[in-house]
Design a protein around this ligand. Structure first.
Ligand code: PLP
Length: 420
């Protein structure tokens, strides 16, 4: 292979023909693979089958978990998540199976109740900061509630804080989405300085909220989980303990479809949130909360459990890294990709203008990737460069086959682009 960026037209045309033949050979294989979403594979789900035989019905204080009530969650589940989140159990609410659901409700509460200030819906215009690339579903939640989505560049150290500090001077800016540990999709962890600068923000909006989604806090692929600073504690140090709301869930610890989610917030925000949730439900699934406490026990046991996940998924990440290297490195600077120490994704960056075409070529050869642009507000990547790769769900051999095809598709898209 030679450097595409140094090739003349004739050489590029020859390369295109060769790649086209190679691509057609992949098409002829009739592949049918899905690497579009960060889902655990069946083997990972099996790690938690022990949950299904736990039949306890009563909590440690004798409450019947099968019955109505206890909106904040059962005490032992609140303690477990308090340990995970680094918060006081009194500040923790344990919900249903989805943290995204809790985030949706928190944004809804901000719109109607205000969470310590003018309800966001009472403002003529409202905006939300979206570090990009980021988690598409976050952006969808704030889009749904009528916010203008403001992209903030995502750096290896977290959101570009110079940019954030400038933007929060606008009273229409009501909050920011954050995935502080092994971010979706880059796999970056916020530096201590980023967390401290976030905590020290003085936003013009009195009820500005940091939505701190620590979805991947224990999902490490290296020697142990990265410790990002605790935003609740940092904010409290700055006298701003009502600014953050922390979230996490067991979705990728146990079962995404039947796990347990939790949030933690400062006392006034916590009270406002429980008030807002009160009309919605009499209580979440406490039987499942109880099962999870019995199964996961404490943070030490959770980390031991995550080692088993790592043993299953790390070889898939490693294979993808190796094959991206083998398939792309000889072609010059046509792509770069992240090599995360945890989380569920590898983020691939093509030359500007090549991501959509690469994803389309993969799809036409039977491999579904996350839509190009999905990780940006409104689904539009201004550079058309980012592709989110999710290697956990397919079998190892499928990850390998899909990555080989991806390299051919990316090279073909690049050559087409350079010839255009
Ligand atoms: N937050 C992030 C950053 C995610 O990547 C995901 C799922 O991919 C979720 C939240 C969804 O979490 P839950 O299953 O708890 O709703």
């Amino acid at each position: 292979m030679a450097d595409y960026l140094a090739m003349g037209k004739a050489e590029l045309e020859k390369e295109r023909e060769a790649l086209q033949r190679c691509y057609e050979a992949y098409q002829a294989k009739g592949l049918k693979l899905d690497m579009s979403r960060g889902k655990p594979c069946a083997e990972q789900l099996d790690l938690s089958n022990g949950l299904l035989s736990i039949t306890d019905t009563h909590t440690e204080d004798g409450m019947d978990a099968r019955n109505y009530g206890c909106l904040e969650g059962i005490p032992e589940a609140r303690r477990l998540f308090a340990e995970l989140l680094g918060a006081d159990a009194a500040q923790v609410l344990v919900g249903g199976n989805s943290s995204l659901n809790l985030m949706f409700d928190v944004i809804g509460a901000g719109c109607r109740d205000g969470l310590g200030g003018t309800p966001w819906d009472d403002c003529a215009h409202k905006k939300f900061l979206c570090p990009a690339p980021g988690y598409d579903r976050h952006f969808r939640v704030t889009e749904y509630y009528g916010f203008e989505l403001i992209a903030v560049p995502m750096l290896e150290s977290g959101p570009d804080m110079d940019c954030v500090e400038e933007l929060v001077k606008d009273p229409q800016v009501k909050g920011i989405w954050c995935v502080p540990t092994y971010s979706n999709p880059d796999g970056y962890c916020y530096s201590d300085q980023t967390v401290r600068r976030l905590a020290a923000l003085s936003p013009a909006a009195e009820n500005f909220k940091i939505l701190w989604d620590n979805a991947y806090m224990v999902h490490y692929l290296g020697d142990g989980p990265q410790q990002t600073l605790n935003i609740l504690q940092e904010c409290a140090r700055c006298g701003r303990e009502e600014m953050p709301v922390m979230f996490c869930s067991t979705s990728k610890i146990t079962f995404p479809g039947a796990g347990v989610a939790a949030l933690a917030a400062g006392p006034k925000t916590f009270a406002a949130l429980t008030r807002a949730l009160f009309p919605m439900t009499i209580g979440f699934d406490k039987v499942n909360q109880l099962r999870h406490v019995k199964f996961l026990k404490d943070k030490a046991h959770i980390l031991a459990h995550m080692e088993k996940h790592k043993a299953i998924i790390k070889p898939k990440f490693d294979a993808m890294q190796r094959l991206l290297g083998e398939g792309l490195r000889g072609c010059g600077q046509i792509a770069r990709w992240t090599d995360p120490e945890g989380g569920y994704f590898i983020s691939l960056y093509t030359l500007e203008g090549c991501a959509k075409r690469t994803v389309a070529l993969c799809r036409e050869a039977g491999v579904v990737l996350t839509g190009a642009g999905a990780a940006y507000p409104y689904g539009v990547d201004p550079r058309d460069s980012n592709i989110r790769l999710a290697p956990t769900y397919p079998a190892q051999a499928e990850v390998e086959e899909a990555t080989r095809l991806l390299c051919v598709a990316l090279r073909l898209a690049t050559v087409e682009h350079l010839l255009a």
